[in-house]
Design a protein around this ligand. Structure first.
Ligand code: ZN
Ligand code: ZN
Length: 779
């Protein structure tokens, strides 16, 4: 017999397995460890910079079952993209004596997906609420299923020394949990307890300690007493106050210089939310998810004691559940719903360090609840709605830096986004790493945040871009940054048209590569002809686009001023599109006629002479104009306020009222369709003068815009043979319009794609830019 049986025994009994996806920081290695024991396999598992590697030896059948179970039974937070298996030749059989977890392996150039921060899990919540537990009321409790990840990671592989937890030496009991593969906290990098982990401190706005030993209960008392607190959270500071107190909210609004933009609230439990809002099963699921975003819910103002000044004039309320142990404790101990808003002044980035917060928020907050676990990456709360499906409006905590999967392999590209709601995007292989919400690029702080976050992503995902994509707008700070960076590092520079980027982002998140009719409606983007586009119909794919139609141009009366003062847009439409006789008629009896005649004359002159009156086809401005025309909102205090207030006043489609769209016409000239708006404006003006109820005007207007979308798409489809439509751009945050336009298009046999993973607003632009740049010829 000789040695032959030994060879036979070893045949096919060893396998090398490589798992890719979010598999670090989610309890994946202990899961593999337990699984190997269940299947009586020997070998090892380890994290590398690129993936999780496993080697197992044992019965072949057992190995096969083990591999099946890796995918079938993976921990809840793991997201497996790929499992590669190679059965080893018999000569490589090592004869391991046990199954072990090996040291992580750093590999040059390889990268790993990084888990977003995860809301406190039920097991950890039970511990912090249980008086006999050693983590009772400990605000930094976490485990492998929950807690901070992305906000504390400095580099990969994800191990404690490469996180901001490295300064905390685990006590023997925490170390024991950390070392025990059967423990819930096995290799939970942020593991901590009251003996060894981060701690809280309550100070006044001068930085003087207050409140004694128990900072959490002292903070809760202050909140109940109507004080404004700055709270150091997961990804930065939040400002909190009693959401039922008119006075506290008024004070917060005046100090934060935010007169009426809605605030989000945090409510202790789902049951509590149901006292304030209507919650659908889909919305409940989203509120309760590990991502735990702010969800915009229908507000039941009759049964809610949350002050209407939290979201003045609105029917939707942004609500979230507590997502850290500290939030759970504050919400339970204060027993009031809390306004919870980013710790910043108007449009600055969220403050993240203690001294920075004291400096920047000292004029806003009465007290500061600080801690000493450093935040490496700033991270705002995410905002979502459920309209048919969950749709993200601001993508940050809980989502970033999880990538968007591309339907192709991409070059390494940096796309710089737009200046509003900025995000950037870095691509590599099948992944598009869309950054968390950075903010509006209008100050030094935001630009610095943008640059630092780009550096972090480049480091974490080992990306060295060969090209830089940017918006065509020459005045965007993101454009200037791109041009400088490109020149400095000799990278290819690729300008991308704003609305093409919108449509491409919608295509790519839906995995569509064929050409579509792209409807891009937003405030404004720089057009290829130097005018301000914003009501666009494109024939587009991931490579190129052709403008096939747009809303009629009108002057943006006074540039920026027209955006802040929608009544200027109303006047611009009236003076530009209506005849002399109509203008006179229309102004009498309209809310705009209340303006001082001197101002009216001045604006009229400005229009005639075209002083600071760039032309725009913006759909956003059309909504503004109609809102002002109807007297809903003539000046705004936050972006899109006029359009939002017009939308929420619309009558329900199911009401008695028989919807009849307003008149409009589409004229064609040399393959370009222009939607003429004069009749529409005249008809709305007439309705306003006849005192038609605003809900009816609003609904009819929304139906008209949906019909404009349908009619124009039908005309383009007739010519191009394309019957797939992509809806994108910030105007489609309007739920009523989204619903009406989608239904109208589907009713005529169009297939419609919309956004769900990335924002339809400018927060999604960078993804589209990156993809378009990938297909353009790099120089
Ligand atoms: Zn947990
Ligand atoms: Zn400890």
């Amino acid at each position: 017999m000789g040695v032959a049986p030994v060879v036979l025994i070893n045949e096919g009994k060893a396998a090398r397995i490589s798992v890719r996806g979010v598999v670090q920081g989610v309890g994946f290695r202990p899961f593999v460890y337990r699984l190997a024991h269940e299947h009586s396999l020997k070998g090892w598992v380890r994290n590398t910079s690129g993936n999780v590697e496993i080697e197992v030896e044992g019965d072949r059948e057992r190995i096969r079952n083990f591999i099946t179970d890796i995918e079938a039974k993976a921990p809840p937070l793991a997201r497996i993209e790929n499992v590669a298996v190679t059965f080893q030749p018999s000569k490589s059989y090592t004869g391991y004596e046990k199954f072990e977890i090996y040291q992580s392996l750093s590999q040059e150039g390889k990268y790993q997906l990084v888990s977003p921060d995860i809301a406190t899990c039920e097991d950890c919540l039970r511990e912090i609420l249980s008086p006999t537990d050693r983590r009772y009321r400990y605000p930094f409790t976490n485990c492998t299923s929950c807690g901070p990840r992305f906000t504390i990671i400095e580099d990969i592989p994800y191990d404690r020394p490469k996180t901001t937890m490295h300064r905390f030496q685990m006590c023997p009991r925490c170390q024991q949990e950390y070392d025990d593969p059967l423990d819930r906290r096995f290799h939970a990098q942020p593991n901590a307890c009251p003996q060894c982990g981060p701690s809280l401190a309550l100070v006044d706005s001068q930085g003087n300690p207050v409140g004694g030993e128990d900072a959490t209960s002292a903070a809760s008392e202050l909140l109940k007493a109507g004080r404004i607190l700055a709270i150091r959270g997961l990804g930065g500071f939040q400002l909190a106050c009693d959401a039922t107190s008119e006075e506290a909210i008024a004070l917060l609004r005046s100090r934060k210089r935010r007169p009426s933009k809605p605030f989000a609230v945090m409510v202790a439990t789902l049951e509590d939310i149901e006292r304030h809002c209507l919650v659908s099963p889909e919305e409940r699921k989203l509120l309760n998810s590990p991502e735990s975003p702010i969800v915009l819910l229908r507000w039941l103002q009759s049964s809610s004691d949350i002050s209407t000044s939290v979201a003045p004039n609105l029917r939707y309320l942004g609500v979230m559940l507590p997502y850290t142990p500290l939030h759970h404790l504050l919400l339970r101990e204060s027993a009031i719903p809390l306004v919870m808003t980013s710790g910043n002044l108007s449009e600055e980035p969220i403050a993240k360090d203690n001294d920075e917060a004291l400096r920047r928020l000292g004029g806003i907050a009465d007290y500061f609840l600080l801690h000493n676990r450093d935040i490496y990456a700033r991270y705002d709360d995410s905002v979502s709605i459920v309209e048919g499906v969950p749709r993200v409006m601001r993508r940050a905590r809980g989502y970033a830096p999880y990538p968007i999967l591309l339907p192709f392999l991409s070059k390494q590209i940096l796309a710089c986004g737009a200046d509003q709601k900025n995000t950037f995007c870095l691509t590599r292989g099948e992944h598009a790493f869309l950054s968390q919400h950075i903010g509006d690029m209008e100050n030094e702080e935001t630009l610095e945040h943008f640059e630092n976050t780009i550096d972090l992503y480049k480091k974490l995902f080992r990306i060295a871009p060969e090209a830089v994509a940017y918006d065509m707008h020459p005045e965007y700070l993101s454009t200037k940054y791109a041009l400088e960076l490109g020149a400095e590092q000799g990278l290819s520079l690729i300008p991308v048209q704003h609305h093409h980027a919108h449509i491409a982002s919608c295509l790519v998140e839906n995995g569509v590569e064929s050409p579509v009719i792209g409807v891009a409606f937003d405030g404004a983007g720089y057009g290829s002809d130097g005018t301000l586009w914003g009501g666009e119909f494109l024939i587009a794919d991931l490579r190129r686009f052709q403008r096939a139609g747009h809303l009629e141009y009108v002057p943006l009366l006074g540039g920026e001023a027209a955006i802040k003062k929608p009544y200027r847009m109303a006047l611009s439409y009236i003076y530009t599109l209506l005849g002399e006789q109509d203008q006179k008629l229309s102004l009498d009896g309209l809310p705009v006629s209340k303006l001082h005649s001197a101002e009216l004359d001045l604006l009229k002159q400005q229009l005639t002479r075209r002083i600071n009156c760039p032309l725009t086809s913006s759909a956003g401005r059309l909504f503004d104009a109609v809102s002002a025309l109807a007297g809903v909102r003539e000046e705004i205090e936050y972006e899109a306020q006029a359009a939002i207030e017009l939308e929420i006043l619309a009558a329900d489609e199911g009401d008695e009222f028989e919807g009849k769209p307003y008149p409009f016409s589409v004229v064609e000239h040399q393959g370009m369709r222009v939607i003429k708006l004069g009749e529409l404006i005249a008809a709305i003006a007439e309705d306003v003068m006849n005192q038609t109820p605003i809900p009816i005007i609003s609904l009819r207007f929304h139906q008209t815009v949906a019909l404009m979308v349908l009619e124009t798409c039908k005309s383009i489809a007739m010519e191009s043979g394309i019957n797939k439509v992509a809806l994108s751009g910030g105007v489609f945050q309007n739920r009523l319009l989204l619903r009406l336009a989608t239904a109208a298009l589907q009713g005529e046999g169009f297939s419609v794609i919309t956004h769900h993973l990335v924002p339809c607003n400018d927060g999604g632009i960078s993804l589209g830019q990156a993809v378009i740049a990938n297909f353009s010829r790099l120089s």
